[in-house]
Write a protein that binds this ligand. Structure first.
Ligand code: BGC
Length: 780
């Protein structure tokens, strides 16, 4: 008789005991990788101490694991994995639940391969559409990026696999990415470039955060104490490990002291030596090494349960999920006379034009490049789905280099295929060489050859639909009049071909919404003249005005606004309402309220959405907050909440969107905290940043902002103060100055004089020596 012995459980690490038993050299060795993808193991020959290695791998839209026999960080073939839509696509879903499912599926593939940390998501802001790596980032809006990234991290980590939130921070261009200094004022950092990181850290505690290559205000992110310790740990409460971007380390001991725990890839012992030497020389505290080593040990420890259970992933199910995600990622930009979906009952030939229909561009190039388990193209998928003849002409060569004769022949062939077709589906987009990790784009245009094919086709057939493949915004203005519909496909991952076919044929309805503005012209974008910088610096002169915040502030028309997206049905919105507080006091308490407290509902917004069309569809309710009066400059409106709602034809639902106190707050640089200014806020509810469907006003008590009075403040502050005002007036009674304060012309100038300097003016019945007593009197 045999008895089943239980499967051996995961080996857990006793971190404090290990740390206490380790030599300085052993601890320092943990802070350096062992190769391109693994942490350093420790195995004492006498067996008295063992620490296993763990493996990390890219990320972020699928697993890119180098085969086990490879020690390089080459970008060659990786182990096959499901290629989900890259961030540019996934963000357009505006669907955290779906993003979470994608995260869970990626984690299952990591588990099957023994990978403990997936290197993503990337939450850098799309400061300029020219950034060559925008396809890997989620949005121009920090709330949307943070919300979706939190969902992804939840999905991955819920399966016992870690994430690496990257690239922390202000890594918003590829030009000189390893050296440039992003020169950004603090409020802009706090309100635009950090909040997506902050949200994910506070809500999901990613196992790791990856520091950026670049400098921030002159200091490398890899050795920035304010960023890596003060903000990330002391203020946001990060408990995980900070890993360097691959090759981001400049001064290793300075990095350890600042809070950079792990250097990747392996520095071949160089980092370890420098750390040991610095401790011996007394320039680095051993306690700093201990702290970083403990974090590496904790990472290794928390990876063990998943490593103990390596089960194969369900790649068929993941392909289906990749299709679902791709379907939800595409954005229908325009659809004149309902040309889409293609009319199944209408006969006639369908013409498909464009190499991209046959050779899909489904992800960007660089470290995120997944080796897909399978790959669908739209042409094949359309042929499968349509019971009509589908003719094809490539129309153009994807990359430049063809001679004039070939270009003309390709174009002529496309025109012939299009001529008598019932409808022409023209696939256009950016060739791989136009956008990639490592360099930025030079312009926002499609290749001229592609545009001229579209023009030629449109001359012989008006029934043109354009499908785009691009990792970041392209200008549509120069050519979109030639198309009756435009479907923005972004990069849709391995199942993008069938997803597009489903959308065009109406098997699925588009539901994507733009996570980035499509500008009319490159010249309208926020960073003209300030991207990608010069002489090692890029100055974020546009401040808070990134993306739609810029176009709103400058009242600029755009091709398609942030949040835009059509579908095959029509929604009617009604009864917008905003109520202060639900499970909180009626208004934030002036003394105890901290705007960091994002669990509390400050305002609840409600709206009824009705599907007034003939088929099911998904609407995305977007909530923007406008502060009509503020002590500091604020963007015209900011996205602070959203929710997707699926409705059958004729169905109606009341949806609610909770807003936390942060939705109303700004970062006060003087007080060094988030502040809600009391007063009225306008809540704008809409289907895009420029398609508002209703408004409501709420009154918030806000925080107590009264700074204690001092003699250095302008006299106006004293005069307006409820206690000090009457006291000062009494002291100045009968003086010319007091009378002059009320003078419409000179009053403002005089009231701006700080009280201490006013006391030195002739004929002012208040002497500098009396000020101390006066201040004490009014503060009492
Ligand atoms: C990229 C990271 C990536 C790492 C490892 C770096 O060049 O910036 O995003 O995770 O390489 O491939």
């Amino acid at each position: 008789m045999t008895t089943d012995s239980p499967a051996p459980g995961p080996t857990r690490l006793d971190v404090p005991a290990l740390l206490a038993a380790m030599t300085l050299e052993e601890k320092a060795s943990l802070l350096d990788g062992s190769d391109a993808w693994r942490t350093e193991p420790i195995a004492r020959p006498d067996g008295s101490l063992t620490v296993p290695a763990v493996m990390v791998a890219d990320g972020p839209h699928g697993l890119r694991k180098e085969p086990d026999d490879s020690e390089s960080m080459g970008l060659g073939d990786a182990v096959p994995a499901t290629c989900f839509p890259p961030a540019a696509g996934l963000a357009s879903t505006w669907d955290p639940e779906l993003v979470e499912q994608v995260g869970a599926a990626m984690a299952d593939e990591c588990r099957a391969e023994g990978v403990s940390v997936l290197l993503g998501p990337g939450v850098n802001m799309k400061r300029s559409p020219l950034c060559g790596r925008n396809f890997e980032y989620l949005s121009e809006d920090p709330f949307l990026a943070g919300t979706l990234a939190a969902a992804l991290v939840r999905g991955v980590q819920g399966r016992g696999v870690g994430t690496s939130l990257k690239h922390f921070a202000a890594n918003n261009q590829e030009t000189e990415r390893m050296t440039v200094s992003a020169d950004v004022d603090e409020r802009t950092l706090r309100e635009i470039y950090l909040p997506a990181f902050e949200r994910v850290v506070r809500q999901e505690q990613p196992w790791t955060v990856m520091c950026a290559y670049n400098k921030i205000n002159g200091v490398y992110a890899s050795q920035h104490p304010w960023l890596l310790t003060e903000v990330l740990r002391d203020q946001w409460g990060f408990e995980g490990l900070v890993v360097s971007d691959w090759g981001a380390v400049d001064d290793r001991p300075a990095g350890v002291a600042a809070g950079l725990d792990l250097e990747m890839p392996s520095s071949g012992g160089n980092g370890t030596r420098k750390v040991v030497d610095a401790v011996r020389a007394g320039t680095l505290a051993e306690a700093d090494v201990d702290r970083a080593a403990a974090r590496v040990l904790r990472l290794v420890d928390r990876a063990q349960p998943a490593l103990a259970e390596r089960t194969p992933a369900d790649l068929d199910a993941h392909h289906e999920l990749a299709r679902h995600a791709a379907t939800a990622s595409a954005v229908l930009l325009k659809n004149e006379d309902g040309i889409l979906p293609l009319d199944a009952d209408r006969g006639g030939r369908v013409a498909v034009v464009g190499e991209l229909a046959r050779t899909p561009r489904y992800q960007g190039s660089g470290s995120s490049q997944v080796n897909p388990t399978r790959l669908e193209d739209a042409l094949g998928a359309l042929r499968e789905r349509l019971a009509r003849e589908v003719a094809f002409a490539p129309g153009y060569a994807l990359e430049a280099g063809a001679d004039d004769e070939t270009v003309a022949a390709l174009r002529d062939e496309a025109v012939e295929v299009a001529r008598d077709a019932a409808v022409v589906l023209v696939f256009l987009g950016l060739p791989p060489s136009y956008e990639a990790e490592g360099y930025d784009r030079e312009h926002l245009e499609l290749p001229p050859q592609q545009v001229s094919v579209l023009e030629a086709v449109a001359q012989v057939n008006r029934e043109v639909v354009v499908v785009l493949s691009n990792g970041a915004a392209v200008t549509v203005h120069p050519w979109q009049r030639h198309a009756r519909a435009v479907l923005e496909g972004w990069l849709l991952g391995q199942a993008g071909g069938s997803a597009v076919a489903d959308l065009l044929t109406g098997r699925a309805a588009p539901s994507g919404r733009l996570a980035e503005t499509i500008p009319l012209r490159a010249a309208d974008t926020p960073t003209v003249g300030a991207f990608p910088g010069e002489r090692g610096h890029v100055r974020y002169g546009e401040g808070l005005l990134i993306g739609y915040r810029w176009y709103d502030a400058h009242e600029l028309p755009v091709a398609y606004p942030f949040g835009h997206g059509l579908t095959y049905t029509r929604f009617v919105w009604s009864d917008v309402e905003a109520t202060v507080g639900r499970d909180t006091p009626a208004a934030p308490d002036a003394t105890t309220h901290t705007a960091d407290d994002d669990a509390r509902v400050a305002v609840e917004v409600a709206v009824t959405v009705t599907n007034a069309g003939a088929r099911a569809g998904r609407e995305t309710v977007q909530v923007y907050v406008h502060d009509p009066r503020s002590a500091v400059h604020r963007p015209e409106q900011e996205l602070r909440g959203f929710v997707g709602v699926e409705l059958e034809a004729g169905e109606s639902r009341r949806v609610t969107v909770p807003l936390d106190a942060r939705a109303f707050a700004y970062w006060d640089v003087t007080l060094q905290r988030w502040v809600v200014e009391g007063g009225a806020f306008e809540i704008r509810v809409g289907a895009s940043s420029r398609d508002q469907r209703g408004r409501a006003v709420v009154e918030l008590a806000g925080d107590d902002l009264t700074a204690p009075l001092s003699a250095e403040q302008p006299t106006s502050a004293w005069l307006e103060h409820p206690v000090a005002g009457p006291v000062l007036r009494e002291r100045l009674a009968g003086s010319v100055m007091l009378r002059m304060f009320e003078d419409p012309q000179h009053g403002p100038m005089l009231r701006a004089i700080p009280l201490r300097r006013l006391s030195r003016f002739p004929d002012v019945p208040l002497r500098e020596e009396q000020l101390e007593d006066l201040v004490a009197e009014v503060r009492a």
